[in-house]
Every structure is written in C-alpha cells, then in structure tokens.
Design a binder for this molecule. Sequence first.
Ligand SMILES: Nc1ncnc2c1ncn2[C@@H]1O[C@H](COP(=O)(O)OP(=O)(O)OP(=O)(O)O)[C@@H](O)[C@H]1O
Ligand SMILES: [Mg+2]
Length: 235
Amino acid sequence: MLSIKNLTAKYGKYTSIKDVNIEVNEGEIVVLLGANGAGKSTTFKTISGLLKPAAGEIFFEDEQIGGKTPDKIVQLGIVQCAEDRKLFPQMSVQQNLMMGAYVHRRKKNQIKQSLEEVNELFPILYDKRDDPAGSLSGGQQQMLAIGRALMSKPKLMLLDEPSIGLAPLIVEQMFKSIQHINQEGTTILLAEQNANAALSIADKGYVYENGKIVVNGTSDELFSNEEVRKAYIGA
Ligand SMILES: Nc1ncnc2c1ncn2[C@@H]1O[C@H](COP(=O)(O)OP(=O)(O)OP(=O)(O)O)[C@@H](O)[C@H]1O
Ligand SMILES: [Mg+2]
C-alpha cells in the first residue's frame, strides 16, 4: 500500500533522514522506533507532504506521492496525526471533529456516520462535544486528534507518538483504540517511544538511528532482538 524507496529528507543543508526504505501492506500496523531526533517525525512529514523529499520515492497504491501537497495527500487517503495534536483550542470538540471531514464536506450522510463512529470509539468526545477542545485533558485531546483524523475516512493513518504524555492506564486504552481502528479497516503507521506497547499491537517495525533504519523485522523478531530489547524495551 505504502512503499518508501531510498527516501532522503533535509532541513536546509541538514540531512535528517537518509536512504529510508519502508513497506506497509494494507491492513497492517507498522511501528517506527528510535530515540529522540532519530528521524521518525521527519519521515511522517515527508509522507504527508509537509516536507519535500530530497531524494527517493514514496508510492501510495502505486502512485508516486513524494512532493505532492498535503491536501492532495489527504484526498488520496493518508492522514497524519501530528506529535503536537494541532487542535483548535477555542473551537468545540465537535467543530474540531468536523474540520477533519473537510475533504468530504459535500457528503453529509457520510459525515454523520463518521461522527457516530468516532463518538462510539471515544464516548467522552460525545459527552464533551460542546466544550472547547482546549479544556480537554491530554488523553482526551489525543482522542480528539485521532477522532478528527478518522473523520477524513483515511485508508492509511500516520500516528506520531500517540501515547506521549499519557498516564499508563490511558496509554493502554489508546493502544486498544488504535487496534480497534485497524480492525475496522484502517492501515496504521505508528511512531512510538513506547516500544513494548507498540510492538504488542504491530505486525512489524523499523528501528531508526541517526536518520537511518538500522534494524527491521516482524514484531516477534524485534522483541527477540537483543540490541533492540536493550535499547528500546528494557530488561
Ligand atoms: N524543523 C526542523 N528544522 C531543522 N532540523 C529539524 C527540524 N525538525 C527536525 N529536525 C532535525 O531532524 C532530526 C530528526 O528529527 P525528527 O523530529 O524526525 O526526530 P524524531 O525521531 O521524530 O524524534 P522524537 O522522538 O524526539 O519526536 C533531528 O536531528 C532534528 O533536530
Ligand atoms: Mg518525533
């Protein structure tokens, strides 16, 4: 579904990621692991059109999408949930969700159905539908960011560190929700510091170091890889 070939991306003269190769098949959950600054978010920004590739190609369903504009990429079915959530704090929870449906703004029935699905997945968003997004807790804001992304009915969802800053119990719920979204038919590419939880739900993963992928394999392979365990899983 998504095929990244020898992707290099730069900020000015600084090479942030180099020769990255990633394959995501339809229906999978794929996780990107790596320390702070390793290049995970840069990879996401390049896929979602916020950053143009310096070299290499990104194929989505056999179409080369590297360098296309962010709105074109959303229309093709890829949506990104950024690290910092990018909500509209003064707007209500429901208004934030509706922003996610912008690409489908003429399909009223579909929007209504998507909204019901999101409310079912995260009932708290329905309870707080008229509250300003800025009044939600961190975990609730993360649910809203994911809910808003779902409103665009993506084929592929890019989730950048969805568990960051969340309490352990909420992290567990978050990963269950991600698994549920995947089971309902959305393919997921996930960046996570929480390697243990991420690998438990993922089919496979890629480990970044200084902008390059140094190890990749199925979740089982990564779990049993001594160096990966030491660096990212512990014990
Ligand atoms: N806007 C930017 N301008 C210049 N350099 C940047 C910019 N964003 C990221 N970088 C650099 O690119 C490299 C990769 O950063 P990136 O944000 O992709 O890492 P990451 O793996 O997402 O890290 P984290 O886990 O901390 O989110 C880092 O060295 C970072 O300093
Ligand atoms: Mg990041």
